[in-house]
Design a protein around this ligand. Structure first.
Ligand SMILES: NC(=O)NCCC(=O)O
Ligand SMILES: [Zn+2]
Ligand SMILES: [Zn+2]
Length: 474
């Protein structure tokens, strides 16, 4: 029997804050208490002065994503290792339903990419691109028998992954009856497309036009429509990467009425705003491409509103939407990356990295700056995503019986974030040069050390697919 004792740390959960030892046996936490004694052959980890968090749960990542014009820079090997260094021990990634195929085939394909390669645990949402009777039946089957109970649908990207309202409504109605949930990418795709074509026709090709052609109002409109479709379908709904005040307003309104509407935001919307695009209209500046994600960065005012909403539970969690493309073509052999859109902003692959920095930047910029409490931090990073997406209490907390996914975190260590010292295959981080306080020191997945003082001590492939139960019930 393998056993580990973590001694003397300060345990933080979504509701508790206390000093105790944690005893781990066979992947699980078996005891929490004072002065626990190690048995024979027990590994002892000293953690005095350290905070102990449940392993991070990032419910929005895109490893080896193929639905855009190119493949993301991280696959499940590099991406999950990078996540682990950042304190995340579970991700929920995506399985893409290609046109003419079943969601069940999508799950199988996604599993074949992750199995034996991922270093942390994982699940999938299926991206639904086509709905018919058989697809709806397969979605029901996925919820009941495959442990895949959430589905992403796009109100944007016409001609590729966008679904119309009827498809979204039918999917919501089906999954709502079976304990599942649809997650929506809410932007009015047809109007965005029109604005893009008008901008290009006027010769506007630089990255900042990405933001100008995706106005906040169109995120607000789609969010409102998505809520109405969910209400009609009598189903819960989840909004991914919420960025705009105009969208938040509708979420708040619905939640105040007791409608099961949930939403996440992402670190990039909390730490950057639209001014990051400002320089990129100069003739040869392509630098703003690093901030090309959808929805785009919003105003400073929106950023403040998001922070407030995180505090008041109008937003339930922070995920990363880790979807990295390199700024330089050919980095580690990656092709068709951000420079694809060097002469046309609409061809820049959408997405940014973030899986490794999520906990650190939110701890520093959220907890240390006084915007959120330490308990709320744990809730946003771990407990809420686990509860909302059917992983709790196996994941998302430090409790007897839970998986021993634990982050040992030094609240005092200062460091500077840089792509050069990160572990993703992408060649930049939005947080380059940011000085932060608080550092992930050790990370355990089901009791096994993955990361120890900046050293990788984990094993490729030790991550496991985690079947999920009912979602959207929290
Ligand atoms: N967000 C983004 O720009 N890229 C990733 C795909 C998505 O989540 O829409
Ligand atoms: Zn999206
Ligand atoms: Zn995404």
């Amino acid at each position: 029997m393998t056993s580990t004792l973590i001694r003397g740390g300060r345990i933080i959960t979504a509701v508790d804050d206390y000093h105790a030892d944690i005893l781990i046996e066979n992947e699980k936490i078996v005891s929490i208490g004072l002065n626990l004694q190690p048995g024979a052959n027990c590994q002892v980890i000293e953690a005095s002065g350290m905070l102990l968090f449940p392993g991070g749960v990032d419910c929005h990542t895109h490893m080896e994503n193929t639905f855009g014009p190119s493949v993301t820079a991280d696959n499940f090997k590099s991406g999950t290792r990078s996540a682990a260094y950042g304190g995340t021990t579970t991700i929920i990634d995506f399985a893409l339903q290609n046109h003419g195929t079943s969601p069940l085939q999508a799950i199988e394909r996604a599993q074949s990419k992750a199995d034996n390669v991922a270093s942390i645990d994982y699940g999938f949402h299926v991206i639904i691109t086509e709905v018919d009777k058989q697809v709806l039946e397969d979605m029901r089957y996925a919820i009941r028998h495959e442990g895949v109970s959430s589905f992403k649908m796009f109100m944007a990207y016409p001609g590729t992954v966008m679904s119309d309202d009827a498809a979204i409504f039918q999917a919501m109605r089906m999954v709502g009856q079976h304990g599942g949930m649809v997650a929506l990418h809410a932007e009015n795709g047809t109007i965005v497309e029109l604005l893009i074509q008008e901008a290009l026709a006027q010769g506007h090709t630089s990255p900042r036009h990405h933001a100008l052609t995706r106005p906040a109002l169109l995120e607000g409109e789609a969010t409102h429509r998505g809520i109405k479709l969910a209400e009609l379908a009598e189903a819960p709904v989840y909004f991914v990467h919420l960025s705009a005040k105009e969208a938040l307003k509708h979420v708040v309104e619905a939640r105040d009425l007791g409608i099961p509407v949930f939403a996440e935001t992402c670190p990039h919307y909390l730490f950057f705003d639209e001014s990051s695009y400002a320089d990129s209209d100069e003739s040869d500046s392509f630098d703003g491409a690093r901030f090309v994600m959808s929805p785009p960065l919003r105003s400073k005012e929106a950023q403040n509103a998001l922070w407030t909403a995180l505090k008041t539970d109008d937003l339930q969690l922070i995920s990363t939407d880790h979807c990295p493309y390199c700024m330089k073509e050919g980095h580690l052999g990656k092709i068709n990356q951000k420079p694809l859109g060097a002469n046309d902003f609409s061809k820049i692959p959408n997405g940014v990295p973030g899986v490794e920095t999520r906990m650190t930047v939110v701890y520093d910029g959220g907890v240390r700056s006084g915007r959120i409490s330490l308990n709320r931090f744990v809730e946003l990073m771990s407990t809420a995503p686990a509860k909302l997406f059917g992983l709790f209490p196996q994941k998302g907390t430090i409790a007897v019986g839970s998986d021993a996914d634990i982050v040992i975190f030094d609240p005092n260590e200062k460091h500077t974030i840089s792509a050069a010292t990160q572990h993703s295959d992408v060649d930049f981080t939005l947080f380059e040069g940011h000085q932060v306080q608080g550092k992930v020191k050790k990370v355990l997945l089901r009791g096994e050390l993955l990361v120890s003082d900046d050293q990788w001590v984990g094993k490729t492939g030790q991550g496991r697919f985690i079947p999920r139960g009912e979602v959207g019930k929290w």
